[in-house]
Design a binder for this molecule. Sequence first.
Ligand code: GLA
Length: 536
Amino acid sequence: MKKNLLTIGLIASASLANAQNLNQPPVMGWSSWNTFDVHISEELINGQADAMVAQGLKDAGYNYINIDDGYFGLRDDEGNLMTHPFRFPNGLRGIVDHVHSLGLKAGIYSDAGSNTCGSGQGTDDKWGMGVGLFGHEKMDCEFFFNDLGFDFIKVDFCGGQALLDRAKTDLDERQRYTSISNSLKATGKEVSFNVCRWAYPGTWIHDVADSWRTTGDIWCDWTSVRDILAENLYLSAYSSYGHYNDMDMLEVGRNMSEIEDRTHFGMWCIMNSPLLIGCDMRTIPAPALELMKNKELIALNQDRLGEQAYVAAKIGDCFVLVRDIEQAQSGIRAVAIYNPSDDAAHVILPLETIDLAGKTAIRDLFDHKDLKAITNGNLVCDVPAHGTMIYRLEAEKRLERKVYEAETAFISDYQELENPYARFSGFYEYKPFASSGILAVNLGRTEENDLCWKRIYSKEGGEYTAIIYLSSKEDRNFTVEVNGKKAARLTGNSSAWDRIVPVETKVILKPGLNEIRLYNAGERMPNIDKLEIIKL
Ligand code: GLA
């Protein structure tokens, strides 16, 4: 017996696209959670869809209307999902149709376990019990995507974790999300799949989802934005076109200062996060609306190269992040100078640090302003406390990158779910004595617990000196592998954990992109600060 949710026939779909590899730019849209929590309704969701169009946000590129937690209404006797009797008495089909009629896409929410976060945490106790995908995955996926026509799903993990789950189930994330991914594929529909496990789950996620949350929940406060950024600055190696680190839904336009809103939005753009508006779109303060419609920042977020900006340097308290845009390895790059501190900063950034030289055109992407071209090799700017400057640079010359920070390298076994010491997997640690403030630590002991720079560019190829800056209080060995071939076996010992020393070897690079990997399959490795490559 079906109650509130009526299945209205199958929506014909000839598409056999791989549901989890849509290969699209980061999702842009709106989600109900940040402002409305579980207090949502058909009227509210439809009203937000209308507002997205009326406020010009659809024209700016936003197109997903995502229903988060709060719509559930238990299951019927046959296991069919029902909607909340007061909030969604007519089910969801009318909403999806309304959203589609506006030329927008519709997103839905569920859990990898049996119960949702709302039910586990007491806000929506009664209605979220037993409504997660666990045990009902195939029927729910058919329902959401074939019957109702949703285009996106966010899958949480409250019901999969004994700590939060009423039934105290402890499920395996990899198994659960892979299985859900396969059920999504089986629908034959193009569905964008967002995994919400509140931490980077492991490199397996790249085969499973289009985007994945990397942190706990955002809230509307500067410290939350600052801390989420701190947890993502070292994740650039784990994002590529079509696969994104999700820093959570936007709090822009709610309660932060205009400067903080700019940092929040600008950094989400340059770091390739999905852009899901979290405020009430019917009443957005003018500066926030203008900011979220900023065409140049949106173009940066949606750039076809799909690179997440990486940390190139730290100047005082400011992090310098850079990425290629428009054309790889050209003189065109986007740079952010991000000041998380509580004091204003005057920054002098030598262009060489971001691999540019010669006369450089500079455009302020927040204010849509061309500034006076740089002719003396230094980008100079004032960055307010909690502020960020984001520029598009177009330089006469692109230099070969010399410095590859450890926090821009990939650890094949990287994960944030289990204690890295217990599991022995490498991670990135903030250390004031490290060159850009971050070291890669706890490496070695297994083949996969390595450190790999996957995009070392050499224009012409040839012989280089590779200098590895490391710290270790004892002799620790590691192998240097270049493009899959052993190049050297080195020993590092800096005599103290907080002291960095260089160790060097010769390597041969081929023209174009190269991979340099450091590993020790049997023993612990030294901590790694950065790699420098110098052409001979
Ligand atoms: C978790 C998620 C949030 C939101 C809530 C809903 O906390 O991380 O983004 O979906 O659940 O209950």
